[in-house]
Design a protein around this ligand. Sequence first.
Ligand SMILES: N[C@@H](CCC(=O)N[C@@H](CS)C(=O)NCC(=O)O)C(=O)O
Length: 213
Amino acid sequence: MKIYDWRLAPNPRRVRMFLSEKSLDVPLEEVGGENMRLKPDFVARFDPYATTPMLELDDGSCISEAMAICRYFEELHPEPRLLGQDAKERAIVDMWERRAYEGAMFALSEMIRNTHAAFADRGLPGTAEPIRQVADVVERGEGRLRRFTRSFDKQLAANRFAAGESFTVADITAFCALDFLNKGMKVPIPAEFASLRRWYHEVESRPSARASA
Ligand SMILES: N[C@@H](CCC(=O)N[C@@H](CS)C(=O)NCC(=O)O)C(=O)O
């Protein structure tokens, strides 16, 4: 078993952080290459879904999508539970994880892929087919991010973590996106969002955040 990884990118970090929270050690193979591109043999093999993280099992099955990979490990190694304890908590975790993905992770992807020169003709991740950059999509990404940060700050004013009192995968997705925005794209969390900033600093100090950075 191994995970195809891209150390610099925010989505593979979600899985590294998840595994670190569970104290699981899975071999990683770096497939990040030159000029913010994945290595050509990886792209050729998985096109048009050549994205990281990608889990390869011993029987040759390959699973992409960070949440699918996390779910696989949660089933095999349930403790500590990062997807919720019961039906209600699992639903709330799922809701906030999806909001964090669309409102922060997907938002940053729309913002960077449609502006950065390294992503010219790479408007979508993971495909060898050229996809042109669309400037208006940046504005849409910024809108997604504003809506998410506003709602997440409210949620964190009443809860220690994204889905309540326990740290979950919803925190991992939100943190990996907001940390990449802050450190990689110089888009900090606005000062007015005090609860979100309190949460960010708490999550940033977890061993899994440091180990996965
Ligand atoms: N929906 C996927 C997104 C994966 C994704 O976009 N990964 C990026 C790195 S953050 C990637 O591998 N991009 C390949 C590329 O830019 O060609 C997931 O949740 O895992």
